[in-house]
Design a protein around this ligand. Structure first.
Ligand SMILES: C[S@@+](CC[C@H](N)C(=O)[O-])C[C@H]1O[C@@H](n2cnc3c(N)ncnc32)[C@H](O)[C@@H]1O
Length: 266
């Protein structure tokens, strides 16, 4: 009998997503570096389990976060934190001011039309206006962006098991920009599949290109935009990241890429 069975925790799809997809430890230094003026209030829109907000708040007594998502179950995943406000609502209704608004893992694509995108960005601009704040979202692009297919990535679960993460681009229409993507998880132990979460997450998004996002940000009232790789140029001993906007796409962008697009109020 497998002696590890009794000690292994049960992982739900949110645990597996955090393990395989998210990396708040790497994200927080990037947010600080791109904002550049020690932001204290983070608004995590489309927050999911709000793990980024939680780690943001844990980092400093001066930090607070507002995590907004439609999914109460996801927001309930972690215990409450005194400096994290969880809001179960549509991000389009949010009026919460912040120093930084962060939209992660391609969630900006939930805005399917340009009118919806601009309306959301105008509202985001108003939320950031008092603090001269920064809006940040990510998107993907490049030669495979509109090609159906998948990538797999094995991630050790720390208890002898392995989670095989699959990102599947099932439908992608280059004429409308609409894509349908899935995340699947498969758990393996000693070469045997012990659990499967097929279609754990499904996304129906508009895949906005980088210039479409930058144009929309400017139209919504932001003064400037920049594009960054999701990896910092350097990290010092204290964990501070240093990052410069991409200047030379040919040199700095892979054929298939993920970038952060930022916009500033002033
Ligand atoms: C791709 S997940 C992002 C999770 C996490 N923020 C991350 O960076 O990985 C997208 C989340 O957006 C939420 N969502 C979708 N539309 C929304 C809306 N209009 N308002 C608030 N949350 C929304 C979904 O419930 C889901 O939890």
């Amino acid at each position: 009998m497998d002696s590890t069975k009794h000690t292994q925790k049960q992982w739900d799809k949110h645990d597996l997503y955090e393990l395989c997809v998210q990396n708040p430890e790497a994200c927080i230094p990037l947010i600080n570096a791109i904002h550049g003026r020690s932001p204290s209030t983070l608004a995590e829109d489309f927050a999911g389990t709000a793990i980024l907000s939680r780690q943001w708040a844990e980092q400093s007594d001066d930090h607070r976060a507002i995590a907004t998502d439609l999914d109460q179950e996801a927001l309930n995943k972690h215990p409450d934190h005194p400096r994290v406000t969880k809001v179960c609502a549509d991000v389009n209704q949010s009026a919460d001011p912040a120093d930084v608004i962060f939209v992660g893992n391609f969630s900006i694509g939930y805005h399917h039309t340009r009118a919806e995108l601009i309306a959301y960005l105008k509202q985001a601009h108003a939320r950031l206006a008092q603090t001269n704040g920064t809006f940040l979202c990510d998107t993907y692009g490049g030669e495979n962006a509109f090609i159906p297919g998948g990538v797999h990535r094995p991630t050790p679960m720390g208890d002898g098991r392995l989670c095989r993460y699959t990102w599947e681009q099932r439908d992608a229409d280059p004429l409308t920009g609409m894509v349908r993507n899935y995340i699947h998880f498969r758990i393996e132990h000693a070469g045997t599949i012990t659990d499967e979460h097929d279609e754990a997450f499904e996304y129906h998004w508009r895949l906005w290109s980088v210039p479409e996002l930058r144009d929309a940000m400017l139209e919504a009232g932001f003064k400037s935009t920049n594009v960054y790789n999701k990896l910092p140029d350097a990290i010092d001993d204290e964990g501070n990241a240093y990052i410069n906007p991409i200047q030379d796409p040919e040199e700095e962008l892979d054929d298939s890429f993920i970038v952060l697009v930022s916009s500033s109020v002033s």
